[in-house]
Design a protein around this ligand. Structure first.
Ligand code: SF4
Length: 609
C-alpha cells in the first residue's frame, strides 16, 4: 500500500502540487497505528485532506523543513512518541546509545526538544503559516513544568515554540476540527473554544481556574505543589474548568480536556489502513527497531484510571476508558492474518493496563462529577464495575480466528483489579492462553509509605496476586513466572524502604528482577512535583527525596544485589544504613564481604591462579 508522501516526487506521483497539512515528526515515519504521525496523517487523509510527513528533518538548516513546500492549511508538529529528553537520556542523565524510533536505532537524528526546534524552523521558513504543536512532549509541557534535565522550571512549551495552538492528549479529532475550520476560512488566532487545546491570550476566559503563575511556581515550591494539585483535580473532562496560568503579561489558557471518544469513533481511527511497516526509505538501515515488538500488536482501548503518581498517562489519554468494539478488534486481528510479514502471533492485545478493557463506573453520572485522580487508590471505588468479562469474551473471539496461533497480553495488568474478579475466570484464561511464560506486572515497590506516595496497591495485594497466580498455574500445570517492575529512588523512599524491598525480593520472588529503574521525574506528574519541591501535592506534607547521585545508585543496586557489578555499591549502601549484618555468607545476607585482593605488604595485586 502507498505510504503518505514524504517528498516532492511522492507529490508528483499523486498529481498534487501542494499539501493541506504537513506533519513534522521527530520520529522516523512508520506507517503503523502506534506512531502518532501515521495515525494522524491517515485520519486526515481519510477525510479528504492532502497530508505529507516530514520525519526527522535536519534542523541545522531549512532544506528539509521546506522539502514539501508550504501547506495550504497548517503545519502540525510533534516531538514523537515520547518526550525527546526521555528518548535521549537515561534516568541518570546519561546519553542513550540507541533511539528505538529512528532508522537502525541510530541516535542524533533529532535535536533535544524538537517540538520547540521544528516549530521555530517553520516560523523562519514560512512566516504567517499556522503552526499547531502536539504529541507527548507538547502535552506534558503545556503548563509551567519542572524539567529534570535542565533542573529548572520551564514555562509552557507554547511560548518557547511560538506555535499558534497546542493540542494536548490524543489529537485526531482536534486536528481534523482545526483542518475543517481553517479550510472554512477561520483565522487560527480566533480558534479558542476547542477542548483539549491550549493557547496564549491577553485575556482570561470566564469561569477559569487561576493557577499560580509561571513566575510564582518558578520561585516557590509551595506554589508549584499547589498548582500540581489543582491540575490533577481538573482532569475529568465532564466537570473540568479551563485552567489559566499567567506567564509575564499573557495568560496560558488550557481548555478542558477532550471528551472521551465513543467506540464508534475509536473504531474508525483504528480501522484505517496502515502498511504496518517502516517507510521503504529506511530499508538500508534494517527498518526502525521500535516497530518490531509492536508490528502486530492490537490496541483495545485508551485511557487509564489507575492514577499512579509517577505516570502521565491519565493526563494524556484521559482517565475514562475509551473502548474499541469487540468486532473492530476482531476485524483488525483477521486483517493481520493476511499481512505478508505475519507469522501467526499477536504479541500484545491490550493497552496501558490491559485489563481495563470495557471497565467503567456503574453510575456514570457520579463519574462525571468525580475529582479522584485514581479509581483504585486508596481503595477500589465501589462505583467501579470490575467485571472482567469484556476481556474474556474478546480473547475467546480472537482465539477462534483461523491463522492466529498465539495471542499474548504483554501490556501490564493491574493485579488489584484482577483480584476483584473472584471467579478467577480472567486470570485462568490469561494464564492458560495469553501468557508466553512470563507475565509482566508493576508493583513498583512494597514499602507501605512508598506505595502510598506512588498511588500503587500495597504489599499485601501483591502477595495475594502472587499466590493466586501460583495456584492457577498449578491447576493448569504450567510453569510460568511473574516479571515485576520496580522503581527505585522514588520520592519518599529511603534506604530502609529499599532494603525492605530487597528482602522481599530475596524471600518471595522466584524470578530475580531485571526490570529496575531509577525514578525519572518526567514533566507534569505528581511524583515529579514531590521530587522537585520535596512536597507531596496531594496532602501538602514534606517528603524525603533521594535526589543525590550516590543514593540513587545505592537504591538501584540494592534491588539488583545479585548483579556482580553492583557488589561494592550494595556494601556501601548497607553500611550507610547500618545493616552490616547483611554483608557476609549467611543465607539472609545480600552480598559477601569484599575479597582482599592485595597483599598485606606491598601494593601489587595477587595474581589469580
Ligand atoms: S466515581 Fe468511582 S469509578 Fe467513577 S470516576 Fe470516580 S473513582 Fe472512578
Amino acid at each position: 500500500m502507498d505510504f503518505l508522501p514524504i517528498n516532492k516526487t511522492d507529490l508528483k506521483a499523486r498529481g498534487w502540487d501542494e499539501l493541506d497539512v504537513i506533519i513534522v515528526s521527530a520520529d522516523a515515519y512508520v506507517d503503523h497505528p502506534a506512531w502518532a504521525a501515521a495515525i494522524l496523517g491517515r485520519y486526515l487523509e481519510h477525510y479528504g485532506y492532502r497530508v505529507g510527513i516530514i520525519a526527522q528533518p535536519d534542523w541545522r538548516n531549512l532544506d528539509d523543513i521546506k522539502s514539501l513546500g508550504q501547506p495550504r492549511l497548517f503545519f502540525a508538529i510533534s516531538g514523537g512518541n515520547m518526550d525527546s529528553m526521555v528518548n535521549h537520556y537515561t534516568a541518570d542523565k546519561k546519553r542513550r546509545r540507541e533511539d528505538m524510533y529512528s532508522p537502525g536505532g541510530k541516535t542524533g537524528l533529532r535535536p533535544d526538544r524538537p517540538t520547540i526546534v521544528y516549530s521555530n524552523l517553520v516560523r523562519q521558513a514560512y512566516p504567517g503559516v499556522p503552526v499547531v504543536i502536539g504529541g507527548v512532549e507538547a502535552s506534558m509541557r503545556r503548563l509551567a513544568h519542572y524539567d529534570y534535565w535542565g533542573d529548572r522550571v520551564r514555562r509552557s512549551i507554547l511560548l518557547d515554540s511560538r506555535a499558534d495552538l497546542l493540542v494536548y492528549g490524543m489529537g485526531e479529532h482536534n486536528l481534523l476540527e482545526i483542518a475543517r475550520r481553517l479550510k472554512g476560512g477561520q483565522d487560527i488566532a480566533y480558534l479558542r473554544n476547542l477542548r483539549g487545546t491550549c493557547y496564549l491570550s491577553l485575556n482570561m476566559p470566564e469561569n477559569a481556574l487561576v493557577l499560580p503563575s509561571f513566575e510564582e511556581v518558578e520561585r516557590d515550591g509551595k506554589d508549584f505543589a499547589r498548582a500540581t494539585k489543582m491540575i490533577q483535580e481538573e482532569i475529568n473532562p465532564y466537570s473540568a474548568r479551563p485552567l489559566v496560568q499567567k506567564h509575564g503579561e499573557r495568560w496560558l489558557v488550557q481548555n478542558p480536556p477532550s471528551l472521551p471518544l465513543s467506540s464508534q469513533q475509536l473504531d474508525e481511527i483504528y480501522e484505517l489502513s496502515f502498511a504496518r511497516r517502516s517507510h521503504p526509505s529506511y530499508e538500508a538501515w534494517g527498518g526502525v527497531p521500535g516497530l518490531r515488538p509492536v508490528q502486530f500488536s492490537i490496541v483495545t482501548h485508551r485511557g487509564c484510571f489507575g492514577g499512579c503518581a509517577f505516570c502521565s498517562l491519565g493526563q494524556h489519554q484521559g482517565k475514562f476508558i475509551q473502548n474499541r468494539s469487540l468486532l473492530s478488534v476482531v476485524n483488525e486481528a483477521r486483517s493481520l492474518t493476511v499481512h505478508p510479514d505475519f507469522k501467526g502471533t499477536i504479541p500484545d492485545v491490550g493497552a496501558p493496563s490491559a485489563n481495563m478493557y470495557g471497565l467503567k463506573g456503574f453510575d456514570e453520572k457520579l463519574c462525571r462529577q468525580c475529582k479522584r485522580s485514581s479509581c483504585l487508590i486508596p481503595k477500589v471505588c465501589e462505583n467501579l464495575d470490575t467485571d472482567h468479562m469484556p476481556s474474556v469474551e474478546l480473547w475467546q473471539k480472537l482465539r477462534a480466528i483461523k491463522g492466529i496461533k498465539h495471542c499474548f497480553v504483554s501490556s501490564g495488568v493491574r493485579y488489584d483489579l484482577v483480584l476483584r474478579d473472584t471467579s478467577r475466570r480472567y486470570l485462568r484464561d490469561l494464564c492458560n492462553y495469553h501468557v508466553s511464560g512470563q507475565l509482566k506486572i508493576a508493583p513498583e515497590h512494597v514499602a507501605e509509605k512508598v506505595t502510598r506516595n506512588m498511588h500503587k496497591p500495597g504489599k499485601s495485594e501483591y502477595l495475594r496476586f502472587i499466590q493466586a497466580f501460583k495456584e492457577i498455574n498449578q491447576v493448569l500445570d504450567k510453569d510460568q513466572y511473574l516479571i515485576p517492575y520496580f522503581i527505585s529512588a522514588h520520592p519518599g523512599c529511603d534506604l530502609q524502604d529499599t532494603l525492605e524491598l530487597a528482602e522481599f525480593v530475596r524471600d518471595n520472588l522466584q524470578y530475580y528482577p531485571e526490570q529496575v529503574q531509577n525514578f525519572t521525574p518526567t514533566p507534569m506528574t505528581a511524583s515529579t512535583c514531590m521530587y522537585y519541591t520535596g512536597i507531596n501535592p496531594y496532602n501538602g506534607k514534606k517528603i524525603y527525596v533521594p535526589s543525590g547521585e550516590k543514593e540513587r545508585r545505592w537504591q538501584r543496586a540494592l534491588l539488583q544485589y545479585r548483579n556482580k557489578k553492583n557488589q561494592d555499591l550494595v556494601r556501601e549502601a548497607l553500611q550507610a544504613c547500618g545493616r552490616e549484618d547483611m554483608i557476609g555468607a549467611g543465607s539472609l545476607c545480600l552480598v559477601k564481604e569484599k575479597r582482599i585482593t592485595e597483599r598485606k605488604t606491598g601494593n601489587k595485586p595477587v595474581k589469580k591462579r
